[in-house]
Design a protein around this ligand. Structure first.
Ligand SMILES: NC(=O)c1ccc[n+]([C@@H]2O[C@H](COP(=O)([O-])OP(=O)(O)OC[C@H]3O[C@@H](n4cnc5c(N)ncnc54)[C@H](OP(=O)(O)O)[C@@H]3O)[C@@H](O)[C@H]2O)c1
Length: 244
């Protein structure tokens, strides 16, 4: 029997990278999964790759109307949620001195505001005893030049988690933050030069980036009852990158 047998999971930004690898793993473990993303074509490809027990719902996680549509669809199709993995996020390097209002607003709108409203709008459908976790970043624990706004937007998630788990304790809903280190995903190809990738790899003890499947294994742990006593944690999954 799978670790998520009969569970309904929602994964925002699930059409690519770590969240797609997690969606695939969750289905293999018995879950029905809803994935989201803005590009219909990428969603269709992801649904095809996962193959069964998955629905793709197009939408922008920073747009509240799109979030309403997502949870309306889930309400009609399944009527409940057991696991929410709020992973849609974005960050690009902009150094202090060049930060614009647009850069700040776009980063916080998705990573902080979008994540908050994703969780809040999911709650009416949430089963007691469920698991919520959000994708942070080890960047929020480091001082990478150019990434202060991204790091700050991801740092909000732990503050959210602490307050929310306390507010949700009567329903036994756990709230955690998964902080990936450098992971080889399509996003990395968009935001990092080859030189930057080599620099990050040189800071990882094993000398190689993480793989989406290595994040999926931890996402499964946080989603399942294996982590029943794990609550309010910031879990760094980075091969030791932030420890040294
Ligand atoms: N890769 C890393 O090294 C790394 C490290 C630490 C943290 N992270 C975080 O990990 C998460 C996933 O990153 P990844 O590297 O796996 O990226 P990825 O492969 O580029 O996947 C990102 C996914 O999110 C979706 N997405 C982006 N913006 C969205 C929005 N506004 N609304 C809904 N969906 C959206 C994308 O689809 P559409 O483009 O079609 O919307 C795609 O499915 C992000 O929160 C990122 O900040 C990444």
């Amino acid at each position: 029997m799978g670790k998520l047998e009969g569970k309904v999971a929602v994964i925002t930004g699930g059409s690519s990278g770590m969240a797609l690898a997690s969606a695939k793993r969750f289905v293999e473990e018995g879950a029905y999964v809803f994935i989201t993303g803005r590009r219909q074509e990428a969603l269709d490809e992801a649904v095809k790759l996962i193959g069964r027990n998955v629905t793709g719902v197009r939408g922008d996680a920073s747009n509240l109307d799109d979030l309403d549509r997502l949870f309306d669809t889930i309400s009609q199709e399944k009527g409940k949620i057991d696991v929410l993995y709020a992973s849609a996020g974005w960050g690009e390097g902009v150094p202090l001195g060049e930060i614009t209002e647009q850069h700040f607003d776009a980063t916080f709108n998705l990573n902080a505001r979008g994540t908050l409203f994703t969780v809040q709008k999911a709650l009416p459908l949430f089963n007691d005893g469920g698991s919520i976790f959000m994708t942070g970043s080890v960047a929020s624990h480091k001082g990478f030049p150019g990434y202060s706004v991204y790091a700050a937007s991801k740092a909000t998630l732990h503050a959210f988690a602490r307050g929310w788990l306390n507010e949700l304790k009567g329903r036994n809903i756990r709230v955690n933050v998964l902080h990936p280190g450098p992971i080889a995903t399509p996003m990395q190809d968009q935001v990092l030069t080859e030189e930057a990738k080599l620099m990050f790899e040189s800071l990882i003890p094993r000398g190689k980036m993480g793989l989406p499947e290595e994040i999926a294994a931890v996402a499964l742990f946080l989603a399942s009852d294996d982590s029943s006593f794990v609550n309010g944690m910031e879990l760094n999954v980075d091969g030791g990158f932030s420890a040294i």
